[in-house]
Design a protein around this ligand. Structure first.
Ligand code: ADP
Ligand code: MG
Length: 678
């Protein structure tokens, strides 16, 4: 080995220290070469440079295979003596032989960190002997040893130096006099003296450590983990928390966005398909909610047969609800709707402008949309008062009653559950109204309560006030759904089409029912206009279009399901905090990590492969732990969610957990490599 003009300057914060100022040496004979010099003259620096652990200026050529007994102990402190030695050699006899020779056989199964400094030094030395390198670098090898052990070690070195080159750093002049074959004296970064005492044969390249197999590395990784259970458990716990945080964040973000989109869809009526009289037949500017326009130009042809609606619903799996109790239905005897349109026009004109005509004999039981009645108004019996009440309530609390169809069970519920009986699911608007009427202050309180829907219909004749029938129908609230519409109150019966009790109250024969107006609610996210087109083609009404209700731009504030961007910030904060915790905890072990990486490198292991294997195992265990945590923690989060009127934040998804675990594992590997690699 040849060193030429080796220079090294440490750049400190306040000053630069020139540790080596041009060292040129030819070190290529066996025997013990002592580098002697006072503390701080640069001996350790030189050894580190030879060992490739420090950068420098100058050149070094032909470095043989070497082992380095550093000043500090370069051992896996948490592993036993035996495991440390097995790292280098599989020959147990050899190991036992050396342990015996250095009186360490009793310490064989003790952890290195429990040994005295002298014992550690000896373990390190045995490891070097097992390695059989061409060059042995020893930095103050006897510093921690007592007299006997010093002698033992030096004798061993002496014996060894017949076959290999030993470079020994010391400040002990006596020791060097006694054992050295060559003494190089250093002072303040330069060689001041170089004397050869015994001429020795040329050194050789030494025993190159073989590359370790995957299996060896795997076994080492396991030993590594099991040698420090508390730390490993800490790592598993921390990465499980990392995995869970990331998992829950992805979950939260996805679900809140989904719920927010879902809610938006309902609020805008984007997913509502309605029948609209063709505008050409109505006065300009009038909208579909105006009665006048609705009836303009419509004929009996334009009424919807109940059976047709049932057919359309059954044919279209995207329809989740249909309105069957509507603002005006007609149940007719035989073929009595002929001319109905004309008669009704007269009727409405009469209602608006003059005395009621009594020429309308055919319509039987036309109904209006029900209104939500405060339970205390049930006691009103006076007909006039009831009319007034109904008219007033109809301005603010008109209810649209839908029948859930196609076994639809995906309404996001804030509380309660999908009913099996005649109970209803109400939307948030209805729930808010009911709470205001009845003095409740949480959605949970509504579950199981009886709500009164006031219905009005006309018996036998049309719109003769005396024959208006007001019938309160009591329904039980089974659930509050996390949806609302900006213009209507929605009440859902969990029944087949037209089989809700309101319908039953007035209709004798469903097949005879004709509706003048229909509303379908389809699954959020489906192709609304395509469905509308197909329904339009199916019903094929001359004066009525079936189209998507474009209720956009209603511009109302949504009280719940706000944008998930706030959550994003929350998630980022959580992830940053946990990442910092992880980095800090790893930085805490940085020194050890660097040391261990160096050991592995010297003895033929790939530190990267070892990290990967170890991280994989930790990740798998963390993943298992995280999935255990996810159950109860997810429930907790969902309870919290429901208190804030979200349906659920967390759903357990194993694929997502796997992806997140994989990312965490990669992150851990990168992190550890960055920390150890510096
Ligand atoms: P020796 O081993 O002979 O006692 P070193 O090689 O450890 O001496 O140090 C030589 C000089 O370099 C000393 O002045 C020491 O303070 C300085 N030195 C050593 N290591 C560093 C370092 N990492 N950063 C800054 N200065 C250092
Ligand atoms: Mg030193």
């Amino acid at each position: 080995m040849k060193l030429t003009d080796i220079r090294k300057t440490y750049h400190n914060r306040n000053n630069d220290v020139q540790a080596l100022k041009g060292i040129t040496l030819d070190l290529s004979s066996n025997g013990i070469t002592v580098i002697l010099g006072p503390s701080g003259c640069g001996k350790t620096t030189l050894m580190n440079i030879i060992a490739g652990r420090s950068d420098y200026e100058g050149t070094i050529e032909n470095v043989p295979e070497f082992d380095y007994l550093t000043q500090e102990f370069n051992l896996f402190e948490d592993m036993t003596v035996l495991d440390n030695l097995l790292l280098v050699s599989d020959d147990r006899d050899d190991i036992d032989h050396y342990l015996n020779e250095f009186s360490l056989e009793e310490q064989k199964n003790r952890k290195v960190k429990k040994l005295s400094n002298g014992q550690k030094k000896r373990v390190q030395f045995i490891r070097a002997l097992l390695h059989q390198p061409g060059l042995l670098l020893c930095d103050e090898p006897t510093a921690a040893l007592d007299h006997d052990n010093t002698e033992l070690l030096m004798e061993e070195l002496k014996k060894l130096s017949d076959h290999i080159q030993i470079i020994l750093v010391t400040h002990d002049i006596l020791l060097s006099k006694q054992y050295a074959d060559r003494i190089i004296t250093m002072e303040q970064g330069i060689v001041v003296k170089d004397e050869i005492i015994n001429e020795k044969p040329k050194s050789h390249a030494g025993n190159r450590m073989e590359k370790r197999s995957l299996k060896d590395t795997f076994m080492l990784a396991i030993k590594h983990m099991t040698s420090r259970i508390p730390h490993t458990c800490g790592q598993i716990l921390l990465s499980a928390v990392c995995i869970f945080s990331l998992f829950s964040f992805c979950n939260l973000y996805g679900n809140v966005s989904k719920q927010s989109d879902y809610s938006e869809t309902f609020a805008n009526g984007e997913n509502m398909i309605v029948s609209v009289p063709q505008q050409t037949t109505g006065a300009a500017g009038e909208t579909l909610s105006g009665y006048r326009v609705k009836y303009n130009g419509m004929t009996t042809e334009d009424l919807f047969a109940c059976d047709d609606i049932i057919q359309a619903v059954n044919d279209n799996p995207d329809i989740i609800a249909v309105e069957m109790f509507n603002s005006s239905q007609y149940v007719s005897d035989t073929d009595a709707y002929m001319d109905l349109e004309y008669q009704r026009m007269k009727q409405f004109d009469a209602k608006a402008y003059g005395p009621v005509s009594d020429e309308i004999p055919f319509a039987d039981h036309p109904m209006d949309s029900p209104v939500l009645i405060p339970s205390d108004s049930l006691s009103v019996t006076d007909a006039g008062e009831r009319t007034y009440l109904y008219t007033e309530l109809a301005k603010t609390s008109r209810i649209q009653v839908f029948d859930l169809t196609n076994g639809y069970r995906d309404l996001p519920l804030i509380c309660g559950s999908i009913p099996e009986d005649d109970s209803v699911i109400i939307d948030q608007n209805t729930a808010n109204l009911y709470m205001k009427n009845e003095g409740y202050d949480s959605y949970e309180q509504l579950i199981g309560k009886t709500m009164v829907l006031g219905t009005r219909y006309y018996r036998n004749q049309y719109d003769t006030s005396a024959q208006q029938v007001y019938e309160p129908i009591k329904v039980k609230i089974a659930a509050v759904a996390g949806i609302h519409n900006d213009i209507i109150h929605m009440v859902f019966f969990n029944h087949g089409v037209g089989e809700n009790p309101l319908f039953d109250a007035v209709v004798q024969d469903q097949h005879e029912v004709r509706l003048d107006y229909v509303r379908f609610i389809v699954k959020p996210g489906s192709d609304y206009s395509a469905i509308a087109q197909s329904l339009d083609a199916f019903f094929h009404k001359p004066n009525v279009d079936i189209t998507v209700y474009q209720g956009k731009g209603l511009g109302q504030e949504h009280a719940f399901y706000q944008s998930p961007s706030g959550l994003m910030i929350y998630g980022v904060i959580v992830i940053v905090i946990i990442t910092c915790m992880y980095v800090i905890s790893e930085l805490f072990y940085r020194k050890r990590m660097v040391k261990e990486k160096n050991i592995l490198h010297v003895y033929g292991y790939s530190p990267l492969l070892e990290t990967i294997l170890r991280t994989c195992m930790i990740t798998i265990l963390s993943c298992i732990l995280a999935s255990v945590i996810a159950g109860p923690a997810g429930n907790l989060i969902n309870t919290f969610a429901s208190q804030h009127y979200y349906q659920a934040f967390m759903t357990f998804s194993f694929p997502l957990l796997l992806i997140v675990s994989f990312c965490t594992g990669v992150f851990m590997i990168v992190l550890e490599r960055i920390i150890a690699g510096r």
